[in-house]
Ligand binder design. Structure first.
Ligand SMILES: Cc1ncc(COP(=O)(O)O)c(C=O)c1O
Length: 440
């Protein structure tokens, strides 16, 4: 495809020599050249992108090539890159000092904002990553209930903590989708039970036999780490009912769906009242921040009030809190999500149309979606077995050469931000539909 000129006048695939050089150098000092595996473009037969800057819906690589970005730092950037209000809020705070390891007033401001927006959250604690939030949620659930077992679902990803690294989604699939990571002991997984998503029967059977041993059920209420997979009608309600009956907690991992599928997240969309919720990504406004929140009596088990230990040098970092607060202020404005969803539909509608007679499907939740190539419907990890990885690699390269950057794995979701322009969305739809006509 060398010589092809895309919308931005870039020569597709031809000018990435600086990226390649940086990557080669990085590979000498950083394992695989990356600080998170999925950035390595594994399985795509091309060297990964090395980014220089971003603005709005665009990113530039170190060779000066420009791309429309549908990854948005894996969903964190709902306002797009370098939103001027977020930049100002973070810069103002940095000028006053970037970390103290002592409480700052902005922590209360953003915590109160989240408590006022999310009915299931009475109290919350900030941490620095989604993994930490989930780890804290599990420890809290065990500390509160005095039980050990945790139930999760295959294809759901909750970060890289030992006890959930089995049958996980996202980058873990490139290891061995059935097993866990090396270095995770049998002991660490002894109390983890993984069930197929959307399988009512297996959940009911488990609760019937072991309900009283289960501390919590944790899930992505809308799965996004095996591609976007919606819960079947009644599935979340059933989980709420079974956990309540058994005295177990229901934990929603809304690290992707929080402030993404609507102002109140997936729990608002489906009217479910979880005991604990994890948020991340958007709540940090592009900085490292995440949280676990929920019922006050559960959160009060955390030290210093209770006996469940949790701590962090950079927890509640004031720069991240300012950026996150500014983001939430913009996201809560009237009409934000209607406008964002309309933007997303401008892209997904023509693709849905083009898919009618093709072997593929597009599954969407608000401003995130996945285009599955090779299957007509995905309701669980088991059902995505037919997804064609070689075709996805071809699709990724086709778009990349046309100045469009999508998450570099078939297991991920595309994210549309408020900064995406109609022109770029329509151009993307045209490229995708042309690919479907020519290649599928
Ligand atoms: C649903 C979900 N939970 C947890 C995590 C882990 O978050 P982090 O990468 O910030 O540790 C992720 C990361 O993508 C996620 O998608």
């Amino acid at each position: 495809m060398v010589g092809f000129l895309n919308m931005f006048g870039n020569v597709g695939g031809a000018m990435r020599c600086v990226s390649e050089e940086v990557f080669q150098k990085a590979a000498r000092v950083i394992p695989g050249g990356v600080n998170s595996p999925v950035r390595s473009f594994q399985g795509l037969s091309m060297s990964p992108m090395v980014v220089e800057s971003g603005l709005g819906d665009l990113i530039w690589d170190v060779d000066g090539n420009k791309y429309i970005d549908y990854c948005g730092s894996w969903g964190a950037l709902i306002l797009g890159h370098a939103d001027p209000d977020v930049v100002r809020a973070a810069s103002d705070q940095m000028a006053k000092g970037s970390t103290f390891g002592i409480s700052t007033a902005v922590e209360e401001e953003i915590a109160s904002k989240i408590v006022s927006l999310i009915p299931s959250i009475e109290k919350l604690r900030f941490v620095s990553s989604g993994t930490e939030a989930v780890m804290t949620a599990l420890r809290l659930a065990r500390g509160f209930t005095g039980r050990s077992k945790i139930v999760k679902f295959s294809g759901h990803y909750h970060g890289h903590l030992d006890s959930l690294l089995t049958q996980a989604g996202s980058g873990v699939n490139y290891l061995n989708p059935q097993a866990s990571s090396k270095g995770v002991t049998e002991g660490a997984l002894m109390d983890t039970i993984s069930l197929p998503f959307n399988d009512f029967k297996s959940v009911r059977a488990l609760f019937q036999s072991f309900g009283r041993e289960i501390a919590a059920v944790i899930l992505e209420p809308i799965a996004a780490n095996m591609g976007v997979v919606l819960p079947e009608k009644g599935f979340l309600e059933m989980l709420r009912e079974e956990t309540k009956k058994a005295g177990a907690l229901l934990i929603f991992d809304e690290i992707i769906t929080g402030f993404r599928v609507g102002l109140k997240g997936a729990q608002g969309k489906y009217s479910i009242d979880p005991d604990l919720t994890c948020f991340g990504k958007i709540v940090g406004g592009g900085f490292p921040a995440a949280l676990v929140g929920g019922k006050g009596k559960i959160l009060d088990c955390l030290a210093p009030l209770g006996q469940v230990y949790q701590a962090g040098t950079l927890s509640g970092n004031p720069v991240a809190m300012r950026a996150g607060l500014e983001t939430l202020i913009k996201v809560e404005r009237d009409g934000f999500f209607e406008e964002l969803f309309e933007k997303t539909n401008r892209l997904t509608r023509p693709i849905q149309e083009a898919l009618k007679h093709k072997n593929g499907c597009l599954q969407q939740a608000g401003s995130m979606f996945t285009l599955f190539l090779g299957v007509k419907q995905v309701r669980s990890k088991e059902e995505r077995a037919g997804v064609s990885e070689p075709l996805f690699a071809k699709f990724f390269r086709y778009l990349f050469e046309r100045g469009i950057y999508i998450p570099p794995s078939s297991h991920e979701a595309w994210f549309v931000s408020m900064a995406h322009t109609n022109e770029h969305l329509e151009y993307t739809a045209k490229c995708v539909t042309t690919f479907l006509q020519e290649e599928c």
